[in-house]
Design a protein around this ligand. Structure first.
Ligand code: GRF
Length: 200
């Protein structure tokens, strides 16, 4: 029985691409659907070219729409990979412990409402941090607050721009997220990765 994964993305979906690549020849983990709150999300194109069902959430705040999709696809895990909205609390409750998110900083630092994308790297550089990285955490009713399952650390260079740091962090995300999903499939649920802090 394959471990069924739904991926939610609002944008280009490079993390989704990393998951597709990681599990292309692994029938133990199957991405059964891609959801987006944006009909023009590049992530939906990535799904389309792989013949994976894509769905646009018409009312991302409406738990009923989510529940219908969860009933349709029966996922074991929901992965937020560049999904920029909160999951409705009723869905978090129903799926507690089985929704994960990837964030481009070493949480709890540089997380929370409004901290996404380039803004994170601007804040990290402005703070003079010597390291940054990617975090995968359980999703609850708030942004970036759930238990951290694993992190991948990258150095911050003195001459980094938000763009150069972003490229380095995104590469760490692409390595970390499939690792956490594979671990979740092996455990039957998301769980902290042993020594959950890797360096790239
Ligand atoms: C990533 O940096 C992720 O950490 C954040 O949103 C970005 C999504 O990028 N949540 P992509 O759409 O996966 O390329």
């Amino acid at each position: 029985m394959s471990y069924r994964v739904i991926v939610c993305a609002s944008g280009g979906g490079s993390n989704l691409g990393a998951l597709f690549q990681a599990f292309a020849d692994d029938d133990g983990v199957v991405i059964v659907a891609v959801l987006s709150n944006r009909s023009d999300a590049g992530a939906l194109n990535r799904a389309r070219v792989r013949g994976v069902p894509g769905r646009v959430l018409q009312r991302p705040d409406d738990p009923a729409e989510w529940v219908a999709l969860l009933d349709e696809f029966a996922p074991d895990l929901i992965v937020l990979a560049g999904y920029l909205q909160l999951v409705p609390p009723a869905v978090v409750e129903r799926f507690r412990g089985r929704i994960i998110n990837i964030h481009p900083s070493l949480l709890p630092a540089f997380g929370g409402s409004g901290m996404y994308g380039r803004r994170v790297h601007v804040a990290v550089i402005a703070a003079g941090a010597r390291e940054s990285g990617a975090s995968v955490h359980l999703v609850d009713e708030d942004y970036d607050r759930g238990m951290v399952l694993a992190q991948q650390v990258v150095p911050v260079h003195g001459d980094d721009t938000p763009e150069s740091l972003g490229v380095r962090v995104l590469a760490a995300e692409h390595a970390l997220l499939p690792r956490v999903v594979r671990h979740a499939a092996a455990m039957g649920r998301p769980a902290p990765l042993d020594a959950g802090r890797f360096s790239s």
